[in-house]
Design a protein. Sequence first.
Length: 607
Amino acid sequence: MTKRNPFAVTTPEYLTASEANDLFVSDVPGYRHLREPGHAFLNGARGSGKSMIFRFLEPDCQRLANRCSIQELPFIGIYVPNKSPQYQPSELAMEERNSANLLYNEHALVLHVINHAFRALAIKTLENTEFEDRFPIIKEFFHDVFLSYLERSMWDPRSLTAKPISNSHEVFKVIRRILEDMLFKLNNHFKAQLAQGTSTFVAYDGALLGFSDFVAPLFEELHSSQIFGSGKFYLLIDDADELSTQKTEILNSWIFARTTGFLSVKASTQLRYKTYLTSSRRRIESPHDFAEINISDVYTSDKHQGFNTRLTQIVKRRLQLAEIEVDPSDYFPEDPKQKSHIQEIHREIHDRWEIHGKGARSRDDTYRYARAEYITRLGGDRKQSSKYSYSGFETLIDISSGVIREFLDAATEMFDRTSVKFAQNEKSIKPHVQSSVTRTRANNRLRNIPNEMKNIRDPLQYQSADIKRLNALIMGLGSLFKEILRSPRSERRVFSFAISDQPDEGLLRILELAIEMGLIQTSTIGRKEGFGRTRLYILTRQIAPVFNLDPSGFSGYKFITSKKIWELMSSPTAVANILRSQSASYFIDDDIPKDLFSAIERDHPEA
């Protein structure tokens, strides 16, 4: 019998409450904060676990986790996806900025959100027997509140077919049908407008719903009715950066409103939220208007240990659910021969530390140089650095670059390959399988950069040459960091750089593209001049195997001038020739004040 892959990822939206509770690890930055009333943004890279958090905040999961009834919950989380919004057909016609389109856009967003809200409430709450006696109250809410607010918005009640309603589910079905009909009417209007052309005006005679005159009072009445208990409502807006610019401004206007006594907006983004301006051109700001929670762990300091702990718990739980009673470090073992060779180098460095040591303690030098020295020796005259094994649980965590999905997808491939080649009762993933999958994924990631353009929010904002330059930049940085690894420098494990002067708009555009595609992460460090902060750019460790880099270093980085970064983007061949003839020093701005190093060590201690 084929054993189910314990690392396979199911879209959280399709997990049952029981499955979500089994898989969810609550030790997530900001999770407890998200449970509290108040607007919030949950920011993180694709695959960092945002949707899973939102799934766990839904009432069916919370009821199981807290072992209580839904009416006893302190909040009711309502999941609203945005990957494939229902209002897409009319997007093109509604993007022109004018007051009419602002009303149309808000109406479309309201219909999308409220439709999902009543669908979620029906599926995630009414399925429970505790609501069997709530039908009279729900029916009263429908007639006295929902229909009343619709009629105030110029909705024609004659469009409602008079059919007897005998239970709560039927009430919610009727509500959703009304909302869907309104959405179809809006979309058909704009299809007609597009067909006629911009020169011909097509009148719209339907109702228009807004936040202040429909959404807010509707949820306030729903909260007061206590149909679902006394808990406040949370709109869990997933992938909010998929919204158009105008709808983003409208959502910001909702966040600007003071409704957290009964309704809070919790929006997730992939670090590419379009704007924080409202539709009235005001700016929402943290912490005054919303809390900001960054779930992605950027490996620039010892803070990454929180991610290690969380991912270890996730893997342990998945192995246990698959009845594989093995510790993650044993299930993903490091290559034993490689481990032995690195331990020998550890001893060598320790033995000569008193005479040739560079760090304050011998363990500092062994930590910094042993693995880098092993990779360097592999890449000697025989050019065998490609034989370095990217295996071991800690190495795989480092390669994932703080993205849970990256680890799970790689582990899924490793498990599948093991299941095909070896016995089903294998208690570990062999090191050569780990390394082979990791190297293949790294090469594919680099090769697929042009294809990933379709995943960014607006390909038209980038020039055609930007992709070529981005490719060259990643290749150039990888080659530079590889040369530093092979050098006798005091810090050889480098994945990060900061720009020591003012970058031009073209360079910033390419760097933003790299960030948006997940090839570069960001943090901040002390400025080169010794005051203020500047941006730190961190190359994803997911492509470390392409350049045979050691993914375990976290504190090393270099300052580079804008001119040298442009040279890195010139061509991989030109960069390789420069590195062979002039070494890595050609690109690095080493003119750093001596008194700055102590500040750097404080900002970025060794992992």
